[in-house]
Design a protein around this ligand. Structure first.
Ligand code: ADP
Ligand code: HMS
Length: 544
């Protein structure tokens, strides 16, 4: 038996999977939580702005050093039976390093400088820079942003680079490489500056035909082309290719064979599409965790407003991969869990279940529409049709009888309405959705959520049997790099994971949700399009 290692670097933890390359069976695994988590309020004793979301790259190294030996031990296999390795990572998650790929935050003198740290995908510190990029694009918006949903997100790489230039020139000066975290891991493993086409195409204004949009960069900031050339370039490696082989030093420290082929890094959500077995158009894959990404494939490049982007060959060679997203999904449920009344926390403790489970059970006892609530899910801004990280959330319809589980359910519904907006945008652009797949951590954690999504989207939802679809996708790329398969399509077919179940819509619920969705849409347009000054005013006041 031969195996491939897939490592999924998510928002809260890294998951290492050992997957049988002939059958797709998961032979062993290990989950390593990031010990510093997401650094959001303060770095050591220094306060950082609310919009910041940083991570410590040392936590990623922990995933390699602790997770790989633990997964190998769990699988009980000989390291010589490992034939390849793949990595997926959140994106755009930016690491700044010196010429030896050492992150600047590891330097003693930069230890307390937030700009030396990893800027996680949901770091929203570059809102001014994003607005400036959008402003510059106005004259030729179709040209520059046509394949990016006609918008720019502060979660992408170029705004983050400009933030570094504007807010921390001393760090930029010391930086040899600005890297996607996935590329950083792969570059350390193979000891070469390599860059994958996946994150580069989606998050850095690049396509294979034209390269980086240097003309656009010049107009945004005359220093930007040089910064990109000097610090963001590297040898291009495409999805499905081998980025290099594991160095002797790395293989010794990780307990793996020397010369092990390592695949080009892929974005976590995109990797899930491979892990779940989607290979063709008309399939919408929802990767549901802290956030949700909505992915589709198509032979043609269509202009879909509000999506994050479309890139050729970014998941399956020959097809355009499309991504859209919602910034707060699991994060929103955590927010509600943290606000649970004390008697709920006590009840959960007494019954030995999590507060999530308790709220889910109580909310499942309610009927759609019963509580008279509708929420807007913009607790971390909107990164789809409105693409505005400055938007704030809303809950309407509360009375003195509103219970916390009603609010929890309204949040679940709001995330499903947000997904319906995205699905409609795909369909209006000529990409019909016939099948909806759900994967990531949430579908198995929350059956109620899947019921709500089936009823609101009015589609059967196929739920992946594995919580770890991204890591399976990474292992599939590892198997292709290791030459077990000649193509990604063959590897996906050979290592396909089973589906757990299908949730079908219930017609009565569908009808009620059509009415609630109409209210959501009115609120969406009122606060997100026609009256954005309301949120802008609140933002100004809250930053005072
Ligand atoms: N029982 C649950 N019900 C709903 N959401 C949950 C539950 N347990 C955890 N979550 C949420 O799931 C998210 C983590 O999702 P997961 O897919 O495991 O990780 P990641 O986003 O790092 O890939 C967190 O935001 C958390 O709030
Ligand atoms: O933005 C992207 C992909 O483009 C993701 O990396 C981001 O949503 C994080 O995913 P998770 O919610 O941690 O699974």
């Amino acid at each position: 038996m031969k195996y491939s290692i897939g490592i999924d670097f998510g928002t809260g933890s890294g998951r290492v999977l050992i997957v049988n390359v002939q059958t797709g069976e998961i032979a062993g695994m290990s989950v390593v939580k990031y010990s510093s988590g997401t650094i959001e309020k303060a770095l050591f004793d220094n306060m950082i702005p609310d919009s910041f979301a940083l991570q410590d790259s040392a936590d990623y190294i922990d995933v390699l050093q602790k997770g790989i030996p633990a997964a190998l031990a769990d699988a009980g296999i000989n390291k010589e039976d490992i034939i390849g390795m793949g990595i997926d990572f959140t994106s755009s998650t930016m690491v700044v390093t010196d010429e030896t790929f050492t992150p600047l935050s590891w330097y003693e003198n930069y230890k307390t400088n937030p700009h030396a740290y990893v800027k996680l995908w949901k770091h929203h510190g570059a809102s001014e820079e994003t607005a400036a990029i959008l402003e510059t694009s106005q004259k030729q918006k179709e040209k520059w942003l046509g394949n990016y949903g006609l918008n720019v997100s502060s979660e992408w790489m170029i705004p983050k680079i400009l933030e570094l230039k504007n807010k921390a020139p001393e760090i930029l000066k010391k930086t040899a490489y600005i890297m996607e975290a996935g590329d950083w891991i792969v570059s350390r493993l193979v000891h070469e500056n390599v860059r994958s086409n996946c994150a580069r195409g989606f998050k850095s204004f690049w396509n294979e035909q034209d390269g980086f949009y240097y003309d656009f960069f010049e107009q945004i900031d005359p220093d930007l082309p040089t910064i990109v050339k000097e610090k963001l370039e590297g040898r291009l490696v495409k999805i499905g290719e081998k980025a290099g082989v594991l160095t002797r030093e790395m293989s010794e420290s990780l307990g793996l064979p020397e010369g092990l082929p390592v695949a080009a890094a892929i974005i976590d959500a995109h990797s899930s599409l491979l892990g779940i077995g989607s290979r063709q158009r008309n399939q919408l894959t929802m990767v549901m965790g802290t956030s949700t990404c909505h992915l589709m494939l198509h032979e043609d490049q269509k202009k879909v407003p509000g999506i994050s982007g479309s890139v050729k060959d970014a998941i399956i060679p020959g097809l355009f991969a499309y991504e859209a997203g919602q910034s707060a999904v699991g994060d929103l449920f955590e927010f509600a869990v943290k606000q649970a009344p004390k008697e709920y926390i006590d009840e959960a403790k007494e019954r030995n279940i999590s507060v999530y489970k308790l709220l889910e059970q109580k909310a499942a006892g309610k009927k759609p529409g019963e509580a008279g609530l509708v929420a807007l899910d913009w607790h971390n801004g909107n990164r789809s049709l409105l693409s505005n990280s400055g938007l704030r959330a809303l809950l309407i319809g509360q009375t003195l009888h509103t219970k916390h589980e009603d609010i929890y359910r309204a949040y679940m519904e709001a995330t499903a309405f947000g997904t319906k907006m995205i699905m409609s945008a795909y369909e209006e652009a000529g990409m019909d959705v016939e099948e909806v797949f759900a994967c990531g951590g949430l579908p198995q954690k929350s059956p109620l959520l899947m019921r709500i999504y089936a009823d609101i989207l009015n589609k059967p939802i196929y739920i992946s049997a594995t919580d770890y679809a991204p890591a399976v996708g990474a292992a599939i790329l590892g198997a292709v790099a290791g030459k077990t398969y000649d193509s990604i399509e063959d590897a996906v077919a050979g290592m396909e994971q089973p589906f757990l179940k299908t949730v079908h819509p219930i017609p009565e619920n569908v009808e009620i949700y059509k009415k609630l969705f109409a209210i959501y849409k009115d609120m969406h347009d009122y606060f997100g399009k026609q009256n954005t000054h309301i949120m802008e005013e609140l933002n100004k006041l809250s930053y005072l």
